[in-house]
Design a protein around this ligand. Structure first.
Ligand SMILES: Nc1ncnc2c1ncn2[C@@H]1O[C@H](COP(=O)(O)OP(=O)(O)OP(=O)(O)O)[C@@H](O)[C@H]1O
Ligand SMILES: Cc1ncc(C[n+]2csc(CCOP(=O)(O)O)c2C)c(N)n1
Ligand SMILES: [Mg+2]
Length: 360
């Protein structure tokens, strides 16, 4: 909502913290495991299984989003997905979110409200309550938003990065490279051509549609960049099916698979033919040159699909019944070899390693 800056209406500096919270609290629906809702010094949540999964993720204006590209609601929605994906990647379900907004006083109060609305609607998608947060001022021009997410393993063991074993296969749930491709299109100076008719859906939501046009392909990729999605139920299913290691894909397949490989003391060899058949495909190849489509599949960030390793004979890999989409095998776990990079493609080194916050 870049227009919000031009809008009349109060700025944050015109409101007390209570005034702003009074505008924000009504968006947040409390689920039954919330014993003390937002408004006291801290919230109280039921911890049914006796352990709490906890993670946090932050976004900064200019570094993680641009107001020309993303509405405040889309920023809120993406922040929720980033955090929920980390909970899902442990094989847990999210139970509570704590939301922090640190902003300069000239920010329209409407920005904070629409951001909160985006948080609330994406929290609804993942069936998780917003149980509190924090407000802080910031220097001119600075807007930073952050969520701390809590989750419950419901009695399951957590799925760590360190459990991959030689002989396992590496599989991906959801899309690869769509968000990174959207970012690339924006960075090229592109604008979203607008929702195509009929609006296509992403693979985590339903069957991948066919019949893309360049316009519908560009639009869905740019949309995926603004509002990526993850699947909590698929993380739980993977855990129940015996996933040996799991992560959400935030910094690209090669870098994140490298994290599993390092934590597990193994190597991972990606399979070019599988990636080409199942991922270097429409809509990516309708909107991007082929080499860019490959780069985004291998290294595009902010996808928040899940990547996991499984024993090669896991029945889940042949199961196509999950309405949230299936797991696609993209590689295999091999012995670590000091003479080769941790992650290879058909045994060869890969150009480009994915997103790093400080190196860019
Ligand atoms: N400033 C910090 N202090 C303490 N621990 C940190 C800090 N930053 C990150 N960590 C921890 O380091 C680990 C890796 O962090 P990282 O942010 O890369 O993981 P992630 O949340 O899966 O990634 P992403 O932010 O890309 O989704 C996590 O366990 C995280 O809690
Ligand atoms: C304006 C702007 N510039 C660059 C990017 C790209 N970007 C930012 S963070 C990230 C990786 C995931 O971060 P994290 O590990 O914190 O989840 C990527 C690929 C963007 N979204 N907006
Ligand atoms: Mg993660």
């Amino acid at each position: 909502m870049s227009e919000a800056h031009a809008e009349d209406g109060p700025r944050l500096r015109d409101l007390s913290e209570e005034d702003l919270l009074d505008r924000i609290f009504p968006y947040f629906v409390q689920r039954e495991d919330v014993l003390v809702p937002p408004g006291d010094d801290a919230a109280v949540l039921r911890a049914a299984s006796g352990s709490v999964v906890a993670t946090t993720d932050t976004m900064v204006l200019g570094h993680d989003w641009r107001d020309e590209w993303s509405t405040p609601a889309e920023v809120g929605s993406k922040l929720v997905t980033q955090n929920v994906a980390d909970i899902a990647a442990m094989g847990a379900r999210p139970t509570g979110l704590l939301v922090t907004l640190a902003a300069h006083g000239d920010l329209p109060a409407r920005w904070a409200e629409e951001f909160s609305l985006g948080v609330a609607s994406q929290a609804e998608r993942y069936d998780v309550s917003v149980v509190g947060g924090d407000l802080s001022g910031a220097p001119d021009g600075v807007v930073m938003v952050s969520i701390t997410a809590l989750g419950d393993l419901e009695g399951r063991d957590p799925v760590l990065r360190s459990g991959a074993r030689v002989g396992d296969v590496l599989a991906v749930h959801g899309s690869l490279g769509w968000s990174g491709a959207g970012w690339w299109l924006y960075a090229q100076g592109g604008t979203d051509p607008g929702p195509p008719e009929p609006c296509p859906v992403r693979p985590a939501e339903a069957e991948p549609p066919t019949g893309w046009t360049e316009q519908s392909a560009r639009s869905v990729l740019m949309w995926s960049h603004r509002t990526p999605v993850t699947s909590v139920s698929s993380g739980v299913v993977a855990s129940l099916a015996g996933a040996t290691a799991m992560m959400d894909l935030s910094d690209g397949l090669v870098r994140d698979a490298g994290r599993i490989a390092r934590a597990s003391g193994v190597g991972i060899d990606l399979d070019r033919a599988s990636l080409e058949r199942d991922f270097v495909a429409p809509p990516l190849t309708d909107a991007l040159p082929l080499d860019v489509a490959w780069t985004q599949v291998l290294t595009g960030g902010e996808e928040h699909s899940l990547v996991a390793t499984f024993p090669a004979d896991s029945p889940l890999l042949r199961d196509q019944s999950d309405p949230d989409g299936r797991w696609w095998v993209v590689g295999r776990v091999v012995e670590a070899d000091d003479a080769r990079p941790r992650v290879t493609l058909d045994g060869e080194a890969i150009q480009g390693q994915g997103w790093d916050h400080f190196a860019g």
